[in-house]
Design a protein around this ligand. Structure first.
Ligand code: DC
Length: 430
């Protein structure tokens, strides 16, 4: 998980110039997400389709493969094997990009690519929805603006310098039109994220903007070095109260037998991984582990009225099943760094009949990236789950991150590490 800087704002606010300068200064990867939409705009135009029409654009998407490559530190956009980095820079393609970017399927098509880059690199990513949609947990979020006239002037000068024959008035009207499109579309409109810092650059020089944003990055880098932050007292008290109240009915209804008490985590910033057999497994674990935890839960659960609220109160956050959900992984790591434990069920779903399923790769990834131990928990009961049934919850010795042998973080390594965690849990269930 890299340190990610999200730089959003309208066309021509100077994002790319600033992002490039920041990337160079900090040694981060610069990701120009506009280029991705431009490539799709280019493809659609070349195929003679209407860039505004979802009916014409969506069927073309399966034929479009966009990749980003870095040559001598600068980004190249590859469209189906062809380097289109230069041909996408015309006003015509700008407008085509703005058109296609309003189509939800186009945005979806480019989502994973953007998240993967951010997940594996320190990045400065510029776009329209980076802080709001693509990287809602970005470490630094900037919303850059400037007056439309100032932006038109900058783009005019930039294009002139490249030897393109352009008129200022045409550029200004293009900018106004694109502003309108980008802020009025239904999906991921250009919008300042609540936690973004707004920077009006109309009368600022490039150096001043770079300097200002650098301060935020430096501050964030310093924080990243502090591994464990302390959690505000009110959060801990609220968690303790909830934990107590919720535990009462479960202790009355079931006979919960805890084993391996010497292995129960006594600190924050660890991962607790259990097998998943009942919907209240998180509660069974929370009754025993005093330390405040965050929870990774299926996105669907958040839609259930009372339960959804309850999960949020105990710092639950959603993960989409069957997909490498980069944003959920990022959040998990943040919680751990901030001193919370993370309770997770690596199988991703409940298993019937006491079976042990396969682990999804998330748990190993989080353990390795956060560098904290995984405390395995085996949950089991015999027969039907009924009143006063004995449920055994057994804690095992922590698995240290180095035991997971994750060097390259390849799929094979992650799978093997996940299997190791699940087999340790399986031993505890026996
Ligand atoms: O940043 P740019 O001018 O190269 O972007 C071209 C178009 O792509 C812009 O009009 C809006 C769209 N875009 C977007 O919708 N979301 C992004 N993250 C980046 C660009």
């Amino acid at each position: 998980m890299g340190l990610n800087v999200a730089l959003d704002g309208p066309s021509g606010a100077g994002k790319s110039t600033i992002a490039k300068a920041l990337a160079k200064k900090f040694g981060f990867v610069y990701v120009d997400t506009g280029a991705l939409y431009r490539s799709i705009g280019l493809y659609v135009k070349r195929r003679g389709a209407d860039t505004k029409s979802p009916e014409e654009v969506v069927p073309l998407l399966p034929d479009i493969r966009v990749e980003l490559k870095y040559v001598d530190g600068s980004q190249r956009v590859i469209l189906n094997g062809e380097d289109v980095s230069d041909v996408i820079r015309t006003p015509e393609i700008s407008m085509a990009a703005s058109d296609v970017s309003a189509i939800p399927a186009v945005r979806e098509h480019l989502l994973d690519l953007q998240r993967e880059i951010a997940d594996t690199n320190d990045t400065v990513m510029d776009g329209r929805d980076i802080g709001t949609v693509i990287l809602p947990n970005a470490d630094v979020k900037i919303f850059m603006t400037a007056s439309a006239e100032e932006r038109a002037k900058r783009r005019y000068e930039e294009l002139l310098a490249k030897g393109q024959d352009v008129s200022y008035d045409a550029i200004l009207s293009d900018i106004n039109q694109r502003d309108y499109n980008d802020t009025h579309r239904e999906t991921a409109p250009l919008m300042k994220a609540d936690d973004a810092i707004e920077l009006d650059t109309t009368s600022m020089s490039i150096d001043e903007v770079v300097e200002k944003i650098s301060e935020y990055i430096v501050a964030e880098e310093k924080e990243e070095e502090i591994p464990f932050r302390t959690i505000p007292a009110f959060r801990r008290y609220l968690y303790a109260v909830l934990r107590f109240v919720v535990s009462i009915p479960f202790k009355l209804i079931f006979n919960i037998k805890y084993e391996g008490n010497e292995n129960v985590p006594q600190t924050g910033s660890v991962i607790i991984a259990g097998n998943h057999i009942t919907w209240f497994d998180p509660i069974l674990i929370a009754i025993k582990v005093k330390y405040i935890s965050s929870y990774m839960a299926k996105a669907e659960l958040f839609d259930i009225p009372v339960l959804g609220l309850g999960i949020k109160l105990v710092h639950g956050f959603p993960t989409r099943r069957n997909s490498a959900d980069a944003s959920a992984l990022g959040r998990a790591i943040k919680y751990i760094r901030n001193g919370y434990n993370l309770t997770i069920f690596p199988e991703g779903t409940r298993m019937k009949g006491g079976k042990i399923g396969r682990a999804k790769s998330g748990v190993a990834y989080i353990a390795s990236k956060s560098g904290v131990p995984v405390y395995p928990v085996g949950i089991s009961y015999k027969g039907h789950l009924c009143f006063r049934r004995t449920i055994r919850v057994r804690f095992g010795k922590p698995i240290m991150p180095e035991e997971l042998n994750l060097r390259s973080m390849s799929k094979t390594e992650l799978k093997a590490a996940g299997e190791k965690i699940m087999s340790t849990i399986a031993e505890l269930v026996k």
